[in-house]
Design a protein. Structure first.
Length: 270
């Protein structure tokens, strides 16, 4: 990876969720440990690569819908992951070239690639920060430069909250980040869920053992529903993501024992 493994905070012997996702999407910014962790997960439940691709397509439809149909012009993307094709700012700026995006991730590799991608785009910024440090994110100079808290925005947690353990209160994290945003703002989440408690435990154990840093857990649908408490969930509701406003692009074959589940909710008020 062209010396990136020598960056501070990078341990190439341990997998990282962002780099595993990159591998599943066909990217090259991953290490052997990331690929081996994916192989181990695939041995437990097949079809995760398809799930990752379908989730990325959900992100495209989601941002396109919020920008084109609901007039959202500012986005805060938490746990943005490694840039690939069809990143949030590219999708949003097709609806309005002035759309503004702040990306947040704590992986130094993501920071290197993310900042390179947006180097010439003054309406987009990347913050290297732990998502649990909500105050640091909201008060960051780049956030304050690009986000107008008196106007609606969208806060995105796309395949991220499963990385936050229960003892770090992921629901509280969501509430704190949404609190300063104007009425009409959106929360959007996709989250891996499984109906079988044993499968949830098995996948969580593999991810916790093989990846660096924190890992929360695969959750049940009802637990993800609670993240939207107090919000007006827009149609078609909270669903397996290939069913969220599907377009003409057919879903990639995936597992249905483990799915990406989510949708978008709007903050009430005038």
């Amino acid at each position: 990876m062209n010396g990136i493994e020598d960056l501070p905070g990078i341990d190439p012997s341990k997998a990282h969720v962002a780099r595993m996702y990159d591998y599943y999407l066909g990217g090259e910014n991953n290490f052997e440990a990331d690929r081996m962790a994916c192989v181990e997960l695939d041995s437990v439940v097949a079809g995760i690569r398809g799930m990752a691709i379908n989730n990325r397509r959900f992100l495209v439809r989601l941002v396109r819908t919020l920008a084109a149909d609901y007039g959202i012009r500012q986005f805060l993307d938490i746990g943005s992951g490694l840039p690939t094709q069809e990143n949030v700012h590219q999708i949003a700026q097709r609806a309005d070239p002035g759309a503004r995006v702040v990306y947040v991730d704590m992986d130094p590799i993501v920071a290197v690639h993310g900042r390179s991608l947006i180097a010439d785009d003054a309406s987009t910024a990347f913050i290297l920060e732990d998502a649990r440090n909500t105050g640091a994110i909201l008060d960051h100079p780049e956030t304050r430069r690009l986000i107008d808290f008196t106007e609606p925005a969208a806060v995105l947690f796309i395949t991220f909250l499963h990385q936050i353990p229960d003892h770090d209160d992921p629901a509280g994290l969501v509430r704190r980040l949404m609190a300063p945003f104007a009425p009409g703002s959106f929360l959007a989440i996709s989250h891996p869920v499984a109906g079988d408690p044993e499968l949830r435990t098995q996948i969580t154990e593999i991810a916790t053992r093989t990846t660096e840093g924190h890992f929360g857990r695969v959750r049940a649908r009802a637990e993800v529903d609670q993240f939207f408490s107090g919000l007006e969930v827009i149609p078609p509701g909270l669903v397996e993501v290939t069913g969220w406003r599907p377009d003409d692009l057919p879903p990639v074959e995936q597992t249905y024992d483990l799915i990406e589940y989510g949708g978008a909710g709007r903050k009430p008020g005038s």
